[in-house]
Design a protein around this ligand. Sequence first.
Ligand SMILES: O=C(O)CCC(=O)C(=O)O
Ligand SMILES: [Fe+2]
Length: 365
Amino acid sequence: MKRGTLDMFVKPQPKKPKYEISREKSHHTTYPFSVPHLPAPHKEQLGFAPAAESKVINDQRDLDLVYYQPYIPSTIQASLFDFLRQELFYYRVRYNINRGGIQTTVSTPRFTTVFGVDATSHFTSSGSLIDAVTSSPVEHGRYQCKPRPLPQCLDELRKLVEGTTNETYNFCLVNYYADGNDSISYHSDDERFLGPNPAIASLSLGARRDFLLKHKTIAPSGTGTVPEPKQIKLPLGSGDMVLMRGTTQANWLHSIPKRAGDEAKRGRINITFRKALVKRGTENYYQYNVGSGTVYKWDAGLGKMVEWTAQAGGRIQRKAPKNLKRQKTYKTYGCLVGPQIIEEDKSMRHSWAGESSRDLNTFPL
Ligand SMILES: O=C(O)CCC(=O)C(=O)O
Ligand SMILES: [Fe+2]
């Protein structure tokens, strides 16, 4: 038996990607590595989107959803998921807040990445930023963060979704939920930098996960005619798209709760397209979806996200995910305080950024 053949039984073999990698790539100075263009069959099959007729869900107070089940054709759902998980760079953002006088590290319970810039600026085709009004180069210091243009693969999806929804978008946020322990808690995307009644298009790929919606304020009962808004559960499957529009963000909260079981272990990608009007939106999105942290890339052989560094030309790997050591709890004013590493509740971002004053709902790790 040849040596190579024996190795095949001993070493874990990287799974062959279910797509042809394009030789053309999107490059930008802000990208840790370049991103291949959408494989030709994906581009061709996207021509058949939406793959199903949409259903409007507006039978409850202030709610206006358009649900495509699915939007992405079934022929490419799995390989588009594989492609985006494999070829994009992701982050596991942690940030510090002062919570009741205590410095607290907040940990985002999912992988994230973001591309785009608010409506005051544009990217040229060569990737430089110009002012949206004057077309002159954006002045040094307009942004603290480094905005990144959408790579071609996400820009193709943006154009497609714009055509379907009759809206325009300048941001693409990507979430990767590695397993059922990854989640996003109840929040609404109602930041002022999105303007009133923002339209947000949300695509799902990979594992089926429940998308829950509940009204922000429950109307006083016993008033008679108007029925109480009920909680909604959409079991989002691979390829589905939900457009949230109108007064939805102003009045409803949404979440992807944690889940037990094997389905969630397959991993899920969520892509949202939004339009930020002012530079505050750009700062906010990069702060919370890229941060200053480590780059992660999918390792097909290991079947998980691993830390990535340029020096290694690929990956470095740690024995276990870098868990911040939980700081010791201690006593202040005679009572026990802590732990001081908490899992993110998205409403924290708003209150910290001065965008909203909704209550915090935190989950100790
Ligand atoms: O993963 C999802 O379906 C929802 C993501 C979301 O609500 C967000 O990124 O604001
Ligand atoms: Fe959201």
